[in-house]
Design a binder for this molecule. Structure first.
Ligand code: ATP
Ligand code: MG
Length: 773
C-alpha cells in the first residue's frame, strides 16, 4: 500500500484486496472534478464542477442530488480521491478541509469505526449501541502495539500512555472532553478498565492488589449515584468534572489512585427541568430496605417529596432498586462501614425533608407552622429543632458591635433552605470523594514510578442563555485548548529541531492568552477578579459589576464586547463568541448561607454533619465576624465559587504540565440518542468547539506532511526522472535533486536529516500529477 508520514507515524492506508476495482474507482473519480459544496441545511453536499465562471471566482457545480448550482470559489472544497476513504488519521488527507474531515468521520462511523485520529487527537463518536470492541481479547490485541499497527481505539491511547510512562518514567495524562452525551465517562471507564487489565497481568495472585483494583473500578458507581442524573441529553449525565489519577509502582502495577472533582451542579438538588431528574441517589433511596428507610424517616414514594416530585421519576431501562443494590455493593467493596454508608444517605434524606418544609407568609414575615417536618430534618441532622427554626426565621445578624435578630421574609427563608440543601449536598459529595480517596489513595512513596491521570470534564458550552456556570466551564476549556496548542507547538518544534531544519513555528497557545487574561487577570481586573471585588463591596450589585467590566474592557482592544440590549457581555472564545448574562452572578459566586444555621450544624450531635460544616465553627463567639473566621481557616474551606474554581484549575494545569498529555475528543452524533445516525451540522459544530478543526488549522501552518527520503524518492522519482541521473546517490541528495528538478517553490518544503517536510496539499498535488502520468 501507499503511505504518507504525518507527525512521525506511519499509517498504512486501507489496502484493497481487489486492485483493479480500486483503479476503476480512481479513474472514475479522476474523470470529474469532485468537490464539497457548502450548504445551509446539510453543511456540505457532494458535487462535481461543470464550468468555471468569472475567471475562477465562481463555479457551476452539478450536485449529487441532481440539481445544478452556481457557487463562489470560497464555498467549495476539494474532495479527496477514493483511496483516502476511511483513513485512520484525518491529518493524512490530501485535502485537509472541514467537509473532508467530517465525511471521513461519517464513513468510518457508519462502518462502526467510532475511533479516528486527527493528528494528536483521538476522536471518539458515541455509537449509542454496544459494540464488541471492549472485550478482554481486544485488550490483548492492543497491548504493546504501535499506532498504525492497530485500528484507532481508546485502548490504543491508554496503551500508549502506559508504555510511555514505563519507558520514559514520565507522568501521563489523558484529557477527555466533549459535549454532554458524547461518551466522556464511558471512555474514562474503558481507560481504567484497560489499565487495570494490563497493569494487573503477570502479577500472579495478590489479594491486596486485586482488592485495590476492584476498589478503583467501584469508585465509579458510587460517584455516579451521587454525581450523575438523567438529563434531556444523557440518561446518565455527570454533573461534575473529575480527574482520576492512577498511580503505578516500579513494577508498573497499580499502586493507588486519587480522584479530584470540579464544579458540581448544585442547583439540581432543589430544581430540575420537567423532563430531567434529580441526582440518581434520590430515587435509589426510595428503594432502600424498610429498616433503613425507617431510620431515614422516608416513605418509598417519590411523589411525597417536593425536590423530586415535579420532574421525571423513571429512566427507561433503569431499575433504581437494582442500582441501589449496586451502590451498596460498591460501598462495601470500598470498605465503607455501615455507619459511614448511612451518613451519606442521611444527608440525602435530610435534603428531601428540607424540601418539604413549608414556609408561609405572616404579613411580611416568614413562618413555619408544620413543626413535624422540622423535627424530621433536625433528627437526621442532629440539631435542636426549636433552635433550627429560630435560626431560619430570625437569624442573628451582626449590626455594628452587637448581634440582633432579624425577621426574614418568606422568600428569604425559602431561598436559604434551598441554599442549605445545596450546601449539604455539595459538602457531603466532597466528603464522599474524600472517603473514596482514603480507600484508594495508598502511600506509595519510595516505590513510585508515576501516574496516569484521566480528565473527564465537560467541553465548551454555548446555550441560549449562558451564565456564570458556563463562564467557568468555558474558561476551563480555553485553558485546556491553550495547553493542547502549546503541546502541539512543542512537539513540532522538537521534530524540526531534531531534523535540523529552518522553522518559524508559532506558539498558537499564545493566541488564546488575551481571552484567558480577560477572564482571570488581576490587573486590569478580569471578569473573575471584578466579580470578587463586587462581592465584597458593601453595596455591590450585578449591575455595578457589569458597569465596571464595561468601563475596564469595553473600550480597549480586547476579546470583550458590550451587549446592547441584555444585561451581560460577549467574550470571544477560540470556539465562538459567547454572550453571557450577568443576572444573579454575585449570589452565584458568593453562594450565601444562613450562617446562623451553618454554625448550628457545625455543633451537630451527629459527628458527620458537624464535620461537613466545621469551617463555620467559631473560635470565639465574640469579636470576629463569622465570614472572617471562615476566611482565616483558608485551606479546605469553601471560598467564593469563582476563587475556588480558579484555584482548582491552576492546580490541575500545573499537574497537567508535568505530564505527557494524550487528547481524546468525544462527539455526540445526534440529539436523539440513536445509533447509526449522524447529524453533520451538529458534528461540525463540535469539531469547531473541541479544537479538532483548530488543531488542523495549526497543523497546516507548519509542514504537516513528511516522508523519509527513500520513500519520497521511490514514489515521486517518476515525476522528474532526469533529475537524479545515473549511478549511486544517497537518498538525501537524490531528494534534493528531485525537488530542484520539479522546480517546487522552496517555501513549500524543507529538507531535514532523515525526512523531507511539506506544506499542506503539496503532496496531494504531486499525487495528482503522478496519477495523470
Ligand atoms: P455528560 O457530560 O452528560 O456526563 P458524557 O460525555 O460523559 O456526558 P456518557 O455518559 O459517557 O457521556 O455517554 C452517554 C451514553 O452514551 C452512555 O450512557 C451510553 O449509553 C452511550 N455510550 C457512550 N459511549 C459509548 C460506547 N463507547 N459504547 C456504547 N455506548 C456508549
Ligand atoms: Mg459523563
Amino acid at each position: 500500500g501507499s503511505y504518507v508520514h504525518s507527525h512521525g507515524t506511519t499509517v498504512f492506508l486501507k489496502s484493497h484486496s481487489d486492485q483493479s476495482e480500486d483503479a476503476v474507482a480512481h479513474a472514475a473519480f479522476n474523470e470529474k472534478r469532485w468537490v464539497w459544496v457548502e450548504d445551509a441545511d446539510e453543511a456540505y453536499v457532494a458535487g462535481h464542477i461543470l464550468r468555471e465562471l468569472e475567471n475562477g471566482q465562481s463555479f457551476e457545480v452539478a450536485l449529487s442530488s441532481g440539481s445544478v448550482r452556481t457557487v463562489s470559489a470560497s464555498e467549495i472544497h476539494k474532495m479527496n480521491p477514493p483511496k483516502f476513504d476511511q483513513v485512520e488519521d484525518v491529518a493524512e488527507l490530501s485535502f485537509l478541509n472541514e467537509p473532508s474531515v467530517v465525511h471521513n468521520l461519517k464513513m468510518r462511523y457508519l462502518a462502526n469505526n467510532i475511533y479516528t485520529y486527527s493528528g494528536l487527537f483521538l476522536v471518539a463518536i458515541n455509537p449509542y449501541k454496544r459494540l464488541p470492541i471492549y472485550t478482554e481479547d481486544v485488550v490483548k490485541m492492543y497491548k504493546g502495539k504501535k499506532r498504525g499497527e492497530v485500528q484507532p481505539h481508546i485502548f490504543a491511547t491508554a496503551d500508549l500512555a502506559y508504555y510511555d510512562m514505563l519507558q520514559d518514567r514520565e507522568n501521563q495524562s489523558i484529557l477527555i472532553t466533549g459535549e454532554s452525551g458524547a461518551g466522556k465517562t464511558e471512555n474514562t471507564k474503558i481507560v481504567i478498565q484497560y489499565l487495570a487489565s494490563v497493569a494487573g497481568e503477570g502479577r500472579g495472585a495478590n489479594k491486596s492488589a486485586d482488592r485495590l483494583e476492584q476498589q478503583i473500578l467501584q469508585a465509579n458507581p458510587i460517584l455516579e449515584a451521587f454525581g450523575n442524573a438523567q438529563t434531556i441529553r444523557n440518561n446518565n449525565s455527570s454533573r461534575f468534572g473529575k480527574f482520576i489519577r492512577i498511580e503505578f509502582n516500579m513494577q508498573g502495577q497499580i499502586a493507588g489512585a486519587n480522584i479530584e472533582w470540579y464544579l458540581l451542579e448544585k442547583s439540581r438538588v432543589h430544581q430540575q427541568s420537567p423532563k430531567e431528574r434529580n441526582y440518581h441517589i434520590f430515587y435509589q433511596l426510595m428503594h432502600a430496605d424498610s429498616a433503613t428507610r425507617a431510620k431515614l424517616l422516608l416513605e418509598n414514594d417519590a411523589s411525597q417529596y417536593n425536590y423530586i416530585k415535579r420532574s421525571n421519576r423513571y429512566i427507561e431501562g433503569v431499575d433504581d432498586a437494582q442500582e441501589f443494590n449496586n451502590l451498596k455493593n460498591a460501598m462495601d467493596i470500598m470498605g465503607f462501614e455501615e455507619n459511614e454508608q448511612f451518613d451519606f444517605l442521611r444527608v440525602v434524606a435530610a435534603i428531601l425533608h428540607i424540601g418539604n418544609i413549608s414556609v408561609v407568609a405572616d404579613r411580611d414575615r416568614a413562618d413555619i407552622r408544620d413543626f413535624a417536618v422540622i423535627e424530621r430534618v433536625c433528627h437526621l441532622l442532629g440539631v435542636p429543632a426549636q433552635e433550627f427554626r429560630k435560626c431560619l426565621l430570625t437569624p442573628k445578624i451582626k449590626a455594628g458591635r452587637d448581634w440582633v435578630n432579624l425577621a426574614r421574609t418568606q422568600a428569604q427563608v425559602i431561598s436559604s433552605l434551598e441554599a442549605l440543601a445545596k450546601a449539604l449536598y455539595e459538602r457531603s459529595f466532597s466528603s464522599l470523594v474524600g472517603r473514596i480517596n482514603k480507600a484508594i489513595d495508598r502511600n506509595v512513596s519510595g516505590d513510585k514510578l508515576g501516574f496516569i491521570g484521566v480528565l473527564d470534564i465537560a467541553g465548551f458550552e454555548i446555550f441560549e442563555v449562558n451564565s456564570f456556570e458556563q463562564l467557568c466551564i468555558n474558561y476551563t476549556n480555553e485553558m485546556l485548548q491553550q495547553f493542547f496548542n502549546h503541546t502541539m507547538f512543542e512537539i513540532e518544534q522538537e521534530e524540526y529541531r531534531k531534523e535540523n531544519i529552518d522553522w518559524s513555528y508559532i506558539d498558537f497557545g499564545l493566541d488564546l492568552q488575551p481571552t484567558i487574561d480577560l477572564i482571570d487577570k488581576i490587573n486590569p481586573v478580569g471578569v473573575l477578579a471584578c466579580l470578587e471585588e463586587e462581592c465584597v463591596a458593601p453595596r455591590g450589585t450585578d449591575q455595578r459589576f457589569l458597569e465596571k467590566l464595561n468601563r475596564t474592557w469595553g473600550d480597549v482592544d480586547s476579546k470583550y464586547q458590550r451587549t446592547r440590549f441584555q444585561d451581560g457581555f460577549i467574550i470571544q472564545h477560540y470556539a465562538a463568541d459567547v454572550q453571557y448574562c450577568t443576572k444573579g452572578w454575585l449570589d452565584k459566586n458568593k453562594d450565601p448561607l444562613n450562617e446562623d444555621v451553618t454554625r448550628l450544624l457545625a455543633q451537630s450531635s451527629e459527628s458527620y454533619v458537624a464535620t461537613l460544616f466545621e469551617d463555620y465553627l467559631q473560635e470565639d463567639d465574640q469579636g470576629s465576624l463569622p465570614s472572617l473566621a471562615k476566611l482565616r481557616k483558608g485551606g479546605g474551606s469553601f471560598r467564593t465559587v469563582g476563587q475556588r474554581h480558579k484555584q482548582q484549575l491552576m492546580t490541575l494545569m500545573k499537574t497537567l504540565r508535568m505530564t505527557h498529555p494524550h487528547f481524546v475528543r468525544c462527539i455526540v452524533p445526534n440529539v436523539h440518542k440513536r445509533a447509526g445516525d449522524m447529524d453533520i451540522p451538529l458534528v461540525c459544530d463540535q469539531l469547531r468547539c473541541n479544537g479538532v478543526l483548530e488543531g488542523i488549522r495549526i497543523c497546516r501552518k507548519g509542514f504537516p506532511n513528511r516522508l523519509p527520503f527513500a520513500a519520497f524518492k521511490q514514489r515521486y522519482e517518476m515525476l522528474c526522472p532526469e533529475a537524479i541521473g545515473e549511478g549511486f546517490v544517497d537518498s538525501r541528495t537524490a531528494c534534493k535533486a528531485l525537488l530542484k528538478g520539479m522546480e517546487l517553490d522552496p517555501e513549500k518544503y524543507r529538507i531535514g536529516t532523515t525526512k523531507v517536510f511539506f506544506k499542506a496539499t503539496v503532496l496531494a498535488e504531486m499525487e495528482e500529477i503522478r496519477d495523470r502520468k
